[in-house]
Write a protein that binds this ligand. Structure first.
Ligand code: CU
Length: 405
């Protein structure tokens, strides 16, 4: 027979829960390496949000503690011990007036500063550069329209890693090809939803070269948690080098090499979804990959300069091995640009990840791309399907993809 009284067991359950939550909150503050910390702003926009937080958080904290303490005191002090019901009254006008005016004043102060920050963050007058950002299940595409003053003479399209020049007011024009996503690089600015059929604007500015991690923050389906992104800030000179490299013409691999065979496999297997700018078929005819009607959003990442980004598939997987990864992530800001621009060389390539992806992408990242279950998605893929490639073809493709830098 259970001898613990129901009241005791309830008290124990409540105190265990409270201790658990408090413990988790305290431990969450211990993270050594927390790149997605809003309270470590690395640019003007994030700084504005932080300054507002610094004002509002202590006020909200004091009010929160006071209210919880008072409520707790009242629960304990006046709990039902079988005493007579106290005399009922209808309040004291003076208390009611004070309790209305004080919160109203606090909210007014907070409201004025919040409104001012929202207005400042919506400013677009000072834009120096525009990048179009398109979310889709489950990766981000960045397209840089031609902008002569930024040295961008023809459009650039890339994915996963948003490359920007330091100390430059960049304006993102966000939209989505399928469902609502939300773009968030905490060190650089707050969140902004990417909504199909609309364009939302988000300012970006980074004080220093470096890599700033982010995450899609609007639940967008099966692989929402695997939809990450990184902003890469480069010094202005390094950014110019990056732009020049993105715009250089395509060079096909030399005849007779493994990479050349890989180009053939790519044309047969991949080009129906993936664009590589300038690639030509055996007859010298340019291949423009049409939007693939079998892919839900109609699009796949542009792979023209795949090896200039060191993560792939929604910034989920490293394209580089452990050592080379540390080189970039831990670089001092003055060395960062050179390290990043070195790209993915043969000895840095994380061949294990890339091969696993080519072998069976949906096994690495959950996607609606299983041919057996396509009736559930009206015959449309979300993401990259398992193409059933042979190891031989994968060898060739890896050799070819390594030339895309
Ligand atoms: Cu998303």
């Amino acid at each position: 027979m259970d001898t613990v009284s129901p009241v005791k067991s309830l008290t124990r359950r409540i105190s265990t829960t409270v201790a658990g939550v408090a413990g988790a909150v305290v431990l969450a503050g211990c993270a050594q390496n927390a790149p997605q910390d809003t309270w470590k702003p690395k640019g003007d926009n994030a700084q504005m949000i932080y300054s507002l937080d610094k004002l509002v958080f202590p006020i909200a904290g004091i009010v929160g503690v006071l209210v919880s303490a008072l409520a707790g005191y009242i629960f304990v002090k006046f709990r039902d011990k079988g005493q007579a019901i106290p005399a009922q009254s209808h309040g004291k006008p003076i208390v009611e007036i004070v309790l209305t005016i004080v919160p109203a004043l606090i909210l007014t102060v907070v409201g004025v500063f919040t409104f001012r920050t929202i207005m400042d963050l919506a400013e677009t007058q000072d834009t120096e550069m525009i990048i179009n950002v398109t979310g889709q299940q489950w990766w981000w595409e960045y397209d840089y329209p031609a902008q002569a003053d930024q040295g961008i003479t023809q459009p650039i399209i890339t994915s996963g890693q948003l490359v920007i020049p330091e100390d430059t007011n960049v304006l993102l024009r966000e939209t989505s090809r399928d469902v609502i996503h939300s773009f968030w690089i905490p060190a650089l600015n707050g969140k902004k939803d990417a909504v199909p059929g609309r364009i939302h604007l988000l300012r970006m500015q980074a004080d220093q070269p470096g890599i700033y991690a982010g995450q899609c923050t609007e639940f967008c389906g099966l692989s929402h948690a695997n939809m990450r992104m990184e902003a890469i800030a480069l010094s202005k000179e390094d950014f110019a080098k990056w732009v020049a490299n993105q715009q250089k013409p395509y060079t096909a691999p030399a005849e007779g090499t493994l990479a050349k065979e890989g180009e053939g496999v790519f044309i047969n297997q991949c080009a129906r979804c993936h664009q590589v700018n300038g690639i030509k078929d055996a007859n010298g005819k340019a291949i423009i990959s049409a939007p693939d009607e079998n892919v839900y959003s109609g699009a796949a990442p542009n792979l023209t300069t795949l090896m200039t980004r060191n993560t792939f598939a929604g910034a989920m997987f490293d394209m580089v091995n452990q050592k080379c990864r540390a080189d970039v992530w831990d670089a001092k800001s003055e060395d960062f640009g050179a390290k990043y621009l070195a790209g993915v060389t043969e000895d840095c390539l994380n061949e294990k990840n890339l091969r696993a992806w080519l072998r069976n992408a949906p096994a690495m990242k959950p996607m609606y791309a299983d041919p057996a279950k396509l009736e559930k998605t009206n015959g449309l893929y979300r993401g990259m399907p398992n193409l059933g490639l042979t190891e031989d073809d994968i060898d060739k493709l890896v050799a070819y993809l390594l030339t895309l830098k």
